[in-house]
Write a protein that binds this ligand. Structure first.
Ligand SMILES: Nc1ncnc2c1ncn2[C@@H]1O[C@H](COP(=O)(O)OP(=O)(O)OP(=O)(O)O)[C@@H](O)[C@H]1O
Ligand SMILES: [Mg+2]
Length: 345
């Protein structure tokens, strides 16, 4: 079957797994699945809660019959710190390590010795000179957070081979697969957070995360209609932002929350365009379970005044025809897991 890789996305509302294979040329979907996350889940620090997450993962992985124990995982955007550093002179790799530690003190709200620092060079002048410079994308993750994920995977009897971030993974499955992608705002609507990234030519230039996600919509519906959460969730998925449904009542309730999410997207675009006037954002890609909200693409198109697309992480992967229909609608749910599996293929 060639090489096999497994991507695991441990979300607040659900845990997703995707197994891909390759014969060196073609990539193929082997299996996939998702399971509801136990509550409170991976955000907890208690051993009992983490064991529950580990067991859910273990069951899911055995259900999809993954023929490997190696797994690629992502840290949530909301728990890490990223920054693009523009104002560095020309630096060698050694000097860069030093400079990044120094710069991290400014944007990481914890002692630098307690974080892992990773970076990606975005631009480096070909040689040293008075005008030459280095631009880097820096990712800082707390060592405690990483250890927690390692512990959970250990209990699940899996071996993490790479740890990335959700936005890096989603960028790989949604944007890097198309060489003609214009500068894009990626918006990932999860259960508890919405993450944003500006991506240009494969490079992430800016990321942001806010603590408003799909669950905030469900809660607002429950409060206003005096519904149970399960019923609110159903209403949300069926009527969403469709103004002509239920006399526009649902639209009225959730619109202010969607406006918060859209306004942050606008701010991210503005912040990017101040630094990079020459590569304005041309398109928005929506992903995450919350992006399936009926009417969302249309609403975002009118508010952001840009082309808005739904995520399709399967564009470069061969899929059994019997699965195609199902995956077309579940695409946005698997963007991170697909991106993770693509990392080592
Ligand atoms: N068809 C749908 N319409 C609207 N919202 C939906 C739909 N399907 C799922 N959602 C919402 O998507 C959210 C879950 O998305 P997702 O699975 O991407 O989150 P997660 O990765 O588990 O969470 P997080 O990223 O916050 O850890 C929930 O709020 C859920 O209500
Ligand atoms: Mg998620």
């Amino acid at each position: 079957m060639g090489k096999i890789t497994m991507g695991l996305d441990i979300g607040f509302s659900s845990i997703k797994v995707v197994v891909l294979s390759t014969d060196g040329k073609n990539k193929k979907l082997v299996s996939l699945g998702h399971v509801v996350s136990p509550s409170p889940g991976i955000v907890s620090d208690s051993d009992l809660d983490l064991e529950a997450v580990a067991n859910a993962i273990k069951n899911l992985v055995s259900e999809v019959k993954a023929p490997t124990k190696d797994v690629i995982i992502a840290l949530p955007e909301s728990r890490i710190f990223t920054r693009v550093i523009y104002d560095l002179p020309y630096l060698s790799d050694d000097e860069l390590g030093q400079a990044i530690r120094f710069a991290a003190e400014e944007f990481v709200p914890m002692p630098v010795q307690d974080v892992n620092l990773n970076y990606q060079v975005i631009f480096r002048s070909p040689q040293k000179g008075p005008k030459s410079r280095t631009v880097v994308f820096v990712i800082a993750s707390s060592k405690m957070l990483v250890n927690k994920y390692l512990k959970v995977l250990g209990i699940a009897e899996l071996k993490p081979v790479v740890i990335e971030t959700e936005v890096i993974a989603a960028t790989r499955s949604l944007i890097s697969t198309n060489p003609y992608s214009p500068t894009t705002l990626l918006v990932q609507l999860g259960a508890t957070t919405t993450d944003y990234a500006i991506v240009s030519e494969d490079l992430i230039l800016l990321t942001r995360s806010i603590s408003t996600g799909g669950n905030a919509l469900t809660r607002a519906i429950a409060q206003n209609f005096n519904f149970e959460l399960v019923q609110s969730e159903e209403y949300k998925k069926v009527y969403g932002l469709l103004e002509d449904q239920l006399e526009g009542k649902l639209f009225q309730i959730i619109r202010p929350i969607i406006d918060v999410i859209a306004a942050e997207g606008k701010r991210v675009i503005q912040a990017h365009e101040i630094q990079n006037r020459q590569i304005p954002v041309k398109r928005v890609v929506l992903t995450g379970g919350g992006s399936q909200l009926p009417g969302l693409v249309r609403y975002f198109t009118s508010v952001l005044e840009l082309e808005v697309q739904e995520a399709d992480p399967w564009s470069t992967i061969n899929i059994d025809p019997s699965l195609k229909g199902k995956l077309a609608t579940e695409g946005p749910l698997y963007s991170v897991a697909v991106g993770l599996a693509l990392k080592q293929i």
